[in-house]
Design a protein around this ligand. Structure first.
Ligand SMILES: *Cc1c(COP(=O)(O)O)cnc(C)c1O
Length: 236
């Protein structure tokens, strides 16, 4: 067990094991079951070869935040069993292309985008696209995400659309605030949403530096990048 106890792991398998151990520890500390937590490894800025290595290490779920990069990587990995999550801001004009490869979209934050993703031309032929409502946990209304007070209404809007299936809420803890209190607010939003849509109880929260706090506040889907993938390769 010494490898997973060491900080600053230098290889991918070591870092993955270290994070998995951290997740297990946070789950145990909060009486959460491991099988209710989904680890999504965010591979933005990293090549398809790293996704392959992670698949060999048992990772099934991958997150991307930029459409062009994601599209190229997914194309390189055609035929593999990877499940793709789109976690970045989504422009309406990209909705159709993203829905073509993303099984889950974590950044739905407005009715117009919901309409687009649900429309017959956009949604996958076999059924519905799974979505999370992104909630803006900052006090800057210009940031992505629906305001906490508007999430329930948006959930009701999404729930009746034919092409979408609402999984729950998603949030990013703002800088300059302890993540625990931000995730507590997200949990309260989740409770409001489930009053209208009881099934939509998932919570997408927690990144490299705050996944333990997210688990403590009920996160079910962890989006973890650099703690596993390591330093991002220089752009370009
Ligand atoms: C990049 C990103 C992550 C992962 O961030 P790390 O700090 O590298 O773990 C999670 N969620 C979103 C929305 C991201 O853009």
């Amino acid at each position: 067990m010494t490898t997973i106890e060491r900080e600053g792991e230098t290889d991918l398998a070591g870092r993955l094991a270290f994070v998995r151990a951290g997740i297990a520890e946070a789950a145990a500390a909060n009486s959460r079951r491991l099988d209710e937590l989904t680890l999504i490894v965010v591979t933005k800025f990293h090549p398809a070869s790293l996704v392959r290595e992670l698949m060999n290490l048992g990772v099934t779920d991958f997150g991307e935040s930029r459409h062009q990069e994601a599209r190229d990587k997914v194309a390189e990995l055609t035929g593999t069993p990877a499940t793709w999550h789109f976690v970045g801001q989504l422009q309406g004009k990209k909705a159709k292309q993203v829905a073509a490869y993303a099984s889950v979209i974590h950044s739905l934050d407005r009715p117009s985008l919901a309409d687009l993703l649900s429309s017959a031309e956009v949604r996958p032929t076999a059924g519905r696209t799974d979505v999370f409502l992104q909630v803006n946990l900052t006090d800057d209304p210009g940031r992505g995400g629906v305001a906490p007070g508007g999430a329930r209404e948006l959930a009701e809007y999404v729930e009746v659309l034919p092409g979408l299936r609402l999984l729950g809420v998603m949030g990013v803890a703002p800088l300059g605030e302890g993540p625990r209190s931000a995730f507590a607010r997200l949990r309260a939003v989740s409770e409001a949403v489930t009053q209208s849509v009881p099934r939509a109880s998932a919570i997408s929260a927690g990144m490299s530096h705050d996944y333990a706090e997210a688990i403590a506040e009920g996160a079910t889907h962890l989006r973890i990048g650099s703690a596993i993938t390591g330093i991002r390769p220089a752009a370009g």
